[in-house]
Design a binder for this molecule. Structure first.
Ligand code: C5P
Length: 215
């Protein structure tokens, strides 16, 4: 209780993008900065949780009092998440690449036409895997970046991935890599609209809600 209400609780957070190699010098990725996930890891640790942060390739320093595990690919992220179980709380913030390529051992040369098409394989959905896991975290939270029909799409995602809450993030503006976030907290109880706030404030508010849930 008190100022560190999550003392004794284990939390798992994923953050950042994943990089899926095409060859030794090229990869598939996305524009996630990792800021939101790192802020959530920091806020949970600040409330006393024992936090493992599984981070894709980002340029951010590790928050204090957090165990950080760096990964590159979705499959590495999935393995690191599995290895970090059990957890009471899991917040999957990473922008995982949906697909990977078969990585070539040598740099693919343009003259061979080797870059004119890429065969892609679907990556594992780490959040959905946790939702169906025998050691499913008691509170499982996903993020959903949407550009339209934000609540509707997020509610569908909540059901499909078997999580408890979804933070639906309106990315129709300038959010990727930016400082501010407009989010909705979606659960079986309904939809909460949060005002525009910084990613750090989203993190603190979410950590506070998580602490209430465990109080
Ligand atoms: O389906 P979509 O990518 O929009 O879902 C986003 C949510 O699912 C986020 O919480 C993200 O971290 C998680 N996710 C995941 N593994 C994937 C794809 C998404 O954990 N391969």
């Amino acid at each position: 209780g008190g100022e560190r209400p999550l003392t004794g609780r284990r939390a798992l957070v994923t953050a950042g993008p994943t990089h899926e190699p095409i060859d030794p010098v090229r990869y598939i990725a996305n524009r996630s900065s990792g800021r939101q996930g790192f802020a959530i890891a920091e806020a949970l640790a600040g409330l006393g949780a024992d936090v493992t942060l599984v981070a894709g390739p980002v340029t951010l320093p590790a928050p204090p009092n957090v165990t950080r595990i760096d990964v590159q690919t979705a499959r590495e992220m999935h393995a690191a998440v599995e290895a970090a179980l059990p957890a009471d709380i899991a917040v999957m913030v990473a922008a995982v690449a949906d697909y990977r390529a078969e990585a070539a051992a040598q740099k693919v040369k343009k003259k061979d036409g080797g870059m004119s098409s890429l065969a892609l394989t679907e990556n594992p959905d780490i959040l959905a895997a946790l939702g169906a896991h025998s050691r499913r975290p008691e509170l499982l939270i996903g993020f959903a970046a949407e550009t339209e029909k934000i609540v509707e799409h997020a509610q569908a995602k909540l059901a499909r991935k078997g999580c408890d809450w979804i933070i639906a993030n309106d990315v129709s503006g300038d959010v990727m890599g930016g400082g501010d976030n407009r989010v909705h907290l979606i659960s079986a109880d309904g939809v909460e609209d949060w005002p525009d706030m910084s990613k750090e404030d989203v993190a603190r508010r979410l950590a506070g809600r998580i602490a209430e849930r465990f109080s």
